[in-house]
Design a protein around this ligand. Structure first.
Ligand code: ADP
Length: 191
């Protein structure tokens, strides 16, 4: 199972990935989590990425490619993976295809979890209170949503053009969304 999980910031990708990785027994690779760990540990990558993250902008494609190549090269990714937060623009989507072609592990497909924009702002405001993530303030959230619409939404079309996109409604209970995803993945024949 090699899945790209897509959806707007605050759309519940992380929550679903945490459940799905148990179900499929593959690692959940979240570039946001990897970057936040790098910032926390003040690694060279973390130091370079911090300003962009705090501004709600994308970290450079070069840095991201290095990060994702290294992570996909680790042994636990051999059985598959759920990618969360990568690729986030067309350049990254093409790079990912190249990396995966090289190791002969093309993606099974991309899953787009769709959530209405108003609900997202609501969810992120709640998350800001609960988790205190430094990029969940209003200005940054607006920036992240704009970048998502401009740069990340076209990635869904990229997969759709290759017949590799499945869309799932991300609204409702967590469990309801999980069931929709599992049904969609089975229907697509990815498992
Ligand atoms: P969200 O999905 O809520 O926006 P993430 O945890 O996925 O949050 O990402 C947090 C931040 O990390 C992004 O706003 C961006 O600055 C950076 N980031 C994560 N993944 C990527 C990526 N693939 N390319 C560039 N920047 C990224």
């Amino acid at each position: 199972m090699r899945i790209v999980l897509m959806g707007p910031p605050g759309g519940g990708k992380g929550t679903q990935a945490t459940i799905l990785k148990e179900q499929w027994n593959v690692p959940h690779i979240s570039t946001g989590d990897l970057l936040r760990a790098a910032v926390r540990d003040a690694t060279p990558l973390g130091l370079k990425a911090k300003a962009a993250m705090d501004a709600g902008e994308l970290v450079s494609d070069d840095l991201m490619l290095g990060l994702i190549e290294e992570r996909l090269g680790q042994s636990d990714a051999r059985t598959g993976f759920i990618l969360d937060g990568y690729p986030r623009n067309l350049c990254q989507a093409e790079s990912l295809d190249q990396v995966l072609a090289r190791i002969q592990q093309p993606v099974s497909g991309a899953l787009l979890v769709e959530v209405d924009a108003e609900k997202i702002v609501e969810r992120l405001a709640k998350r800001a209170q609960q988790e205190g993530r430094s990029d969940d303030n209003e200005a940054t959230v607006r920036k992240r949503l704009a970048i998502y619409a401009e740069q990340t939404a076209p990635v869904a079309n990229y997969y759709a053009e290759q017949g590799q996109l499945v869309r799932v409604l991300g609204e409702g209970d967590i469990d309801e969304v999980t069931q929709r995803i599992l049904a969609a993945v089975t229907q697509a024949g990815w498992d």
